[in-house]
Each structure stands twice: as C-alpha cells, then as structure tokens.
Design a protein around this ligand. Structure first.
Ligand SMILES: [Zn+2]
Ligand SMILES: [Zn+2]
Length: 890
C-alpha cells in the first residue's frame, strides 16, 4: 500500500531519453525568446456562456495546448468581463484578470462588469484542440481554483496540462483530472497532425492552426530563461512518465515526531530547514530510468498487470521455479528472470526501472549488515546511529532518506545526533568554481601546509555549520599561529631535556611542592581537559579549539617564557626545582598530545612518540590513538591560583602599557611600582607579586589602596556646550573652568559624575555646570607612569638612580653577549670565555662593585670573565653611562 505507480512530471530531454535532476537542470539555463500566445477558450455553460464570452488563456508552450484538461483561476483574483473590437471581431466579450486587462487588450477595452474568481469556478469551455478524446464524465475542460495563480504576467487564467507541469499534475491529481499525454519518450507527438514532430518544433504550426481556427487572440514574443540539456544543448520539456512512488505522505506525522527527537546541530535545522521540508512532504518518487542501479524487485504480468514484489534471491528462485542462488541481481541478468503470474498464469517480467540511488543511501543502517536476511545482532547493536554528519544540503538528501526509511521500516529515526556542515568557500567567501578559477586542490593544500593544518582550519574557524573559508594564507596563519607555537614548545623541551640528560624516570616532585607557575599551568591544563571533554560531548568543536589554542599560547608565551631559566640553570643549583619544571612541561605536552589526537592526528602522534614512547619504550601505548582521553587528577586543580594568575597577568598588561608610555626601556630595571586591584583579588595577588615584578623588570611591586594620588586631573572647557548655556558670559565661565586647580578639579569631576551637576563660582556668582560643558584630562604626576582599567591600576616610579642605571648597563651587556653567541653559531650549552673593556672606569668599577660581572658570567655561560683591553671587539652602547668593547672565545 505504501508503493504505488503514478505519473511523475520531471525536466526531461527527449534526445537523451532521460529525466534530469534539479542539479543537472541548474547547469543549463539559457535566455531565449519563446512564443507568448493569448488564446480564446469559449465558455459553454455557466452565466457568462449565454453572452458568448471566451476566457483569455496565456501560454509560452503552445505545444501543451492539445493536452489541456482544465483552466485555473485564483479565488482572490478580481476578474473582468470586457467588451472589445480590437482583435478581429466586433464587440467580442472576453474574461481575464482586471490587473492584466490593459497589458493584454490595451486601453480601449470596455469593462462590462467585474467578477470574482469564485464565480468562474465550475464553468466549462471548449478546448482549443480535440486531439485526444476525453469522455464527458472525465470532469475535464472546466475552470477550477489553484493557489499558484498570480497576475504578474499572462491573463490571470492558467491553462493546465498535467502531463507537462508539476504544479498542473498536483492540481490535476487533487481534482481527479485525466492525464493527457500525446508525447512519447523522444519528445515527439504520438498523434494528430504533428505526429513525429519534436514538440517545441511544432509551436509555429500550432500557432498558425489556432489563428486559422479563430482561437488566437494575440501572439507575441517572450524573453525568459529556459532550461536546456547540459549534455546535448537541446531544450528540456517537462514531461510526465509513469513512475513508482513511496507514499511517505501517509507517514508525515511519524516523520515529524521522529525528527523532533533528533539532536540537531545547529538546532534550528530541526524545525527550520528540515522540519519545513517534512511538513511539506510529497511522496517519494522512487524509480529511475537508468541501467546502473538497484533494480526494482517488481515483476508485472504482461497479460493482467498483476505486480509481484520479491524480497530475496531465494524467494525469486522459488517463484521462478529454479535455483537462482548464484544470480547476479543486477541488470541485465535479473531482467532475464520471468515469473508465472499467480493471478492469471501469464508471464511476469521485471519492470525496467531501478531505484533512486538515494534510496540506497537511506538503507545504509540495515543494508550494510545484510539485514533482514542476516546480521540481526549487528543491526540491533548499531541501530540507531549515535551520530551522523554531512553538509547542510543533505536535508533533502541523506538526512531525509535515512529518516524516511528508518520511519517506514522501524518507526524510528536511524540517527540520534546530526551535525550539518557548511560549505567550503574561497578566501572572500565565494563559492569555488572552475569558471571563477578559485578552486583549490586539496592535495596541493595538504602537500604544502600539512593535513593537520587543513584539519585545524576546518575545526577552528567557527562553528562547523558556518561556511569555511580556505586559502593558502589562512593555512599559513594556522601553521604560524598555532602549530609552530606548539611544535617550538616541544622543541624547547626536547632540546633542554637532551642537554640535561633529563629522564622521565627521575622522581617528579609532588604537585603541591612545585613552584606557583608549575601549579598554575597544571591547573590551567586540568581546566582545559574538562572544557574540551565537555565541549566535545556537546559536539561543540569551536569552543574546544579556542580553548586549546589559548592554552598552547599560555604555555608557550607565558609558562615557558617565564620559566626558561629554570631549564637553563645548572642542575646542581636546585635539582628539585629543575625536575619540577621538566615534569610539569612534559605533563602539559603529553596531555596536549592526547587532547589534540582527534584534531591533529599526525602532530599528536609525533609528540607522543618523542615524549612517551622514546622514554618508556615498550611500557607505553605505542600510539597516542590507543590511549584513553585524558582525565585531570585532582592534584592539578587550583581555581584560586588560576584566578590569581589571571589578575597578575592583567596587572602585567597594565604595567607594559605604563612602561610604554614612560619610554623607559624594558631592559632598564626600575625601583618600584604600586598596584591597585579590586578587594576580592588582593589576597590571591600577593603571592604572585614577585612574578609581576620580575616580568616587568621592577625591583619591588607593592599593593596600594589606590593610585589616585598619583594622578592629576585638569578641566578643559567645552565651548560648544557653554555658548548656548551662558551666551555672552560663556568666555568668563570657560576661563573659570580652565583656572580650576588640580587640587579641586578632582572633587568637581567626581561631583559631576555622581550628581550630574556641580556648582562653580564665576566672577563672584555661582553657576551650575553639567558634564558636557567640560572635559576631564588625567595626567600622571611627574615621575610616575600610570595605566588603569576598571578597578585595576598600575603606577610605575620612573625615577632612575645610579644603581638602577648600572644594573641596566649590565642587562645590555648580557643581551649583547648572547647576540654574539647566536651569531657565532654556538650551541645552547657551549661555554665561552668573555673579554670585556667597559669605559669610563667609574662604570667598570660600579659594575664590579655591584657583583654584575659575576651575574653576566652566569647568564652567558662564561667560564671566565676577563676585564681587559679588547683590540678587535664589538662595541656596545650602555646608555648615558658609557660603552663597552667585548669579545668572546669558545
Ligand atoms: Zn539531451
Ligand atoms: Zn497475470
């Protein structure tokens, strides 16, 4: 009952003998001039028939007129009965839509009366041709109502030929009209004077015949786009051929109910694009006229039309009365099998059609196991699927066929969760196409940037359902911004682990005993593991990738950068601290490898092999893809520390801003800074102040109750607001505003902010100021650089002492020597001898007295620092204090 045969109107090429899909049709539109004819359809009954009136019917396909079965009007459209002598007859009466009268008949036609579409319904008319005889009882050749009638062109009365229009077929089916189809599969007439002529070639002669019969009112030319066959460039026609259908409309409610239970990403697909498609469900046109495909298992009796449906090769063999277990069930072999008709004893042959390939796609969940012939257990275990994913256009394709077949066969959706992907577009968001020349070859992208880079771009550029821009530039950005940052962090670890002979077998200090920065990065890692896990549970790829990128950036540009010297320094200095650093960074990198494995399978595997397999050998899983998703131990968690470090880093940002504003070089140490943070953040920040001080190269950073006393406020008059308010007194008020001293300006600005007004004495009178009358300008008190944001501020004491300047000079020397080491191509652990000559002698003496030469020696891995004249050295400027000549020897 759910399978039936009916006519299906589809775009069709008579030369190729095949229907075309929507996608094929869209490739072949051309602009053409077609005939546009207005034809008289004389009424034969109803109130207007007695007056001798004719309907005015318009068409651009005259060849469909011999197949006319009805005319459609709009019930809401206003029609007119008009009298005209302009078309070869005197005082002829015509009916058409009021909106179309002037366009079709000109200004001269006289309106006799107006009528509604409803008044016309049921009226019968004489069709223009009698090519095909229709019994009187067929209900054909009458006026009926249709929703698609408009008055934007034509006459407002639409000729229906159900065999040649999908909408016509739909109305015809609802009204029980016959399908008149005098056109064969080559697109030629099968009967009448045009027998054997391709239908569109018959148009001119059909128009001549209409004129000769007095039916033609007007013939014009109509320019429009018309579909052509992409294979042979011939015009397509819309043509009805018998087809097999699945009656999906009978299950519409179940389809909607099952759709309601699917977890859609994005969610709006459920009730939007997909839900609307289901609500407007039409029966599934199942058959295709192809050679390749799944043959429809229907055998029809040539004598009595009885149809046998066969469910298996065994059943076919039983019915055919021979062993068919070795039969190839495809064409041509299956077509050779005939069955005796159980109804009349005649011979039944397989119908020639094959199934729509989409039907196969929808059968995947059970067909892959051979169910129901076999695979019952596998099917039960895997149905319905947890998750499917395809591009958004599959709402009419695979998403639908899976749901439809699941609903028809098992009354359930065959998938629980569905993610709809957007499309891949070029850099500017345009569709990639050969004609535009913006197509990128994926293999070339992969060869040049790596498969992982392409994968990350797909994951990280917003939600999966948003179109993906892909370009070489975007991939280069991914590599530079993310992959190389991660890789360089790994290289840093590997390099120093190698130099130090670090072994994972060495005892790892308990997390609680490690320095704050180690505990912090592990707390961030724990947070990351949870966040990625939770996000992936929700199919939320983009927030997981954002979190991973942020962590890699934190790890590289904060943790590693800030803790570099812990890896450099000699192990003998503090072995526990060094072990803590190595173990912490190793944990971060291996956990990252596990987190990133689904996203970056190659890079993650490389990290795993280098960091784990090479260290543990046979004891470790041989691949990161064989490990479980990581779970963060409780020992890593420390929300208070995460919050405190966030505060510290916010303060550092302000500190950098203040340093920038003050134009004191970053390498120049400063004596002190004052920090103000919201009350709730003070306690956490205290322990991290040394970190802030070190990062900003300030000897001491102190918490302060407020940096207000370090800021001066001045008032600037705003003439544009003062003029209208004070007229001729405005200049006096402006002068008074400018004269407010910094000591009282602050109070006045605060009052304005709090009350909205503030009083000011001007020439002995008191006037009232409002905020728009002045601008408050903040400047730092001399000697301080201040930056603030919300409740947080940072004030840097920029005063320099001799002591600070000498230390700054030492920093300059360290930087210069390290540059020389790099230029000389020395390895990170190569020792050198340093010869340095600083002038003037007072600076040399101060550097020595401050112990700076010892520090310099340590920092540049010098076994010996020799203060001696340098003949052929490099000159280094040491600010205002002096200069140096230096040379290194490896
Ligand atoms: Zn063709
Ligand atoms: Zn039969």
């Amino acid at each position: 009952d759910l399978i039936f045969e009916d006519h299906r109107v589809a775009p069709y090429c008579g030369r190729c003998g095949t229907a075309l899909s929507d996608a094929e049709v869209s490739q072949g539109y051309q602009q053409v001039d077609d005939p546009s004819v207005y034809v008289r359809f004389p009424l034969v009954d109803g109130p207007l028939a007695e007056t001798g009136a004719s309907l005015v019917v318009w068409t651009t396909t005259p060849w469909t007129l011999p197949s006319n079965t009805a005319c459609a009007v709009g019930t809401d459209v206003v029609y007119q009965l008009v009298r005209t002598s302009g078309f070869g007859r005197t005082d002829e009466l015509l009916v058409l839509a009021a909106d179309r009268r002037v366009d079709v008949l000109g200004e001269d036609a006289e309106v006799v009366r107006e009528l509604t579409g409803a008044e016309l319904i049921g009226a019968r008319y004489t069709p223009p041709f009698a090519l095909v005889d229709l019994p009187a009882a067929s209900g054909a050749h009458r006026v009926l109502a249709a929703g698609f009638v408009t008055t934007s062109d034509g006459s407002g009365i639409v000729h229906l030929a159900p065999a040649f229009g999908a909408e016509d077929m739909e109305v015809g089916r609802a009204e029980g009209l016959p399908v008149v189809n005098p056109v064969d599969a080559t697109g030629r007439f099968t009967t009448g004077p045009w027998q054997g002529v391709f239908v569109k070639d018959a148009d001119p002669d059909i128009i001549r015949t209409l004129a000769a019969d007095g039916r033609l009112l007007a013939s014009r030319t109509y320019t429009h786009t018309y579909p052509f066959c992409w294979r042979c460039q011939r015009p397509l026609i819309y043509w009805a051929k018998p087809s097999w259908y699945i009656r999906t409309t009978a299950k519409r409610d179940q389809l909607l109910a099952n759709n309601a239970g699917i977890d859609w990403h994005p969610e709006h697909i459920r009730d939007g694009r997909f839900g609307r498609w289901l609500e407007n469900n039409v029966d599934w046109a199942l058959s295709r006229d192809r050679y390749w495909g799944t043959p429809l298992p229907f055998w029809r009796c040539t004598d009595c039309d009885h149809v046998e449906v066969v469910a298996s090769r065994a059943e076919l063999g039983a019915k055919a009365g021979r062993d068919l277990t070795e039969l190839d069930p495809h064409r041509p072999y299956v077509d050779e099998v005939t069955l005796p008709c159980p109804s009349c004893g005649g011979e039944a042959h397989r119908v020639p059609e094959v199934a729509d390939a989409w039907f196969d796609s929808g059968g995947m969940p059970f067909a892959q196991w051979g169910y129901p012939h076999q695979g019952h257990e596998e099917f039960a275990r895997h149905y319905p699927a947890d998750y499917i994913c395809e591009a958004i256009d599959q709402t009419r394709g695979w998403f639908y066929t899976l749901l439809a077949e699941g609903t028809l066969l098992f009354d359930s959706a065959s998938y629980r969760t569905c993610a709809c992907l957007g499309h891949i577009v070029d850099e500017d968001g345009r569709k990639m196409s050969k004609s535009t020349g913006n197509v990128l070859d994926p293999w070339e992208l992969i060869d040049r940037h790596g498969a992982d880079a392409l994968r990350w771009l797909m994951f990280a550029e917003g939600n999966p359902w948003v179109n993906r821009r892909v370009s070489h530039q975007l991939l280069e950005d991914v590599v530079r911004r993310f992959l190389l940052t991660l890789w360089n962090t790994h290289v840093f670890f590997a390099t120093y682990a190698e130099i130090d002979g670090f072994s994972l077998a060495s005892p790892a200090p308990p997390v609680a005993e490690r320095p704050a920065s180690d505990r912090w990065v592990l707390a961030e890692l724990a947070h990351l593991v949870e966040l990625v896990d939770r996000a992936l549970d929700r199919y939320d790829v983009s927030s997981s990738t954002r979190a991973l990128e942020r962590f890699v950036d934190d790890l590289s540009n904060w943790y590693v950068r800030r803790n570099r010297r812990r890896f450099w320094k000699a192990a003998a200095d503090d072995p526990a601290d060094k072990a803590a650093a190595y173990h912490t960074l190793h944990t971060c990198l291996t956990t990252l490898a596990q987190l990133l494995a689904p996203y970056l399978p190659f890079l993650a595997e490389r990290l795993w092999l280098d960091l784990v397999v090479s260290q543990h050998g046979d004891d470790a899983p041989v691949s990161v893809h064989l490990t479980d998703f990581p779970v963060a131990p409780d020992a890593w968690r420390d929300e208070a520390l995460r919050a405190a470090m966030a505060t510290a880093r916010r303060v550092v940002e302000l500190g950098r801003q203040a340093r920038n504003d003050s134009a004191v070089k970053v390498r120049q140490p400063l004596a002190r800074a004052l920090v103000t943070v919201p009350e709730s953040e003070r306690a956490g920040l205290v322990a991290l102040l040394p970190e802030v001080a070190d990062e900003l190269n300030v000897r001491a950073v102190e918490l302060s109750d407020g940096t207000g006393e370090l800021i001066e406020r001045h008032l600037k008059p705003n003439f544009r607001a003062l003029g209208p308010a004070f007229q001729q007194r405005a200049p006096h008020v402006a002068r008074a505003i400018g004269a407010v001293s910094p000591a009282t300006a602050g109070a006045l600005a605060d009052a304005l902010a709090a009350e909205g007004t503030a009083p000011l004495r001007v020439d002995g009178d008191e006037v009232t100021l409002t905020p728009e009358m002045l601008t408050v300008v903040e400047t730092s008190r001399t000697g301080w650089a201040v930056a603030s944001d919300g409740g947080t501020s940072f004030a840097l004491d920029t005063a320099l002492t001799r002591d600070l300047e000498v230390e700054g000079a030492a920093r300059e020397l360290i930087r210069a020597v390290n540059d020389q080491r790099k230029a000389a191509g020395l390895a990170l652990d190569d020792r050198i001898e340093l010869i340095v000559a600083v002038s003037p002698p007072e600076l040399d003496a101060d550097l020595d007295a401050g112990g700076h030469y010892a520090t310099i020696g340590r920092e540049v891995l010098a076994t010996h620092v020799q203060r001696a004249p340098v003949s052929d050295g490099t000159r280094v400027e040491l600010g205002v204090l002096g200069s140096a000549l230096l040379a290194i020897r490896s």
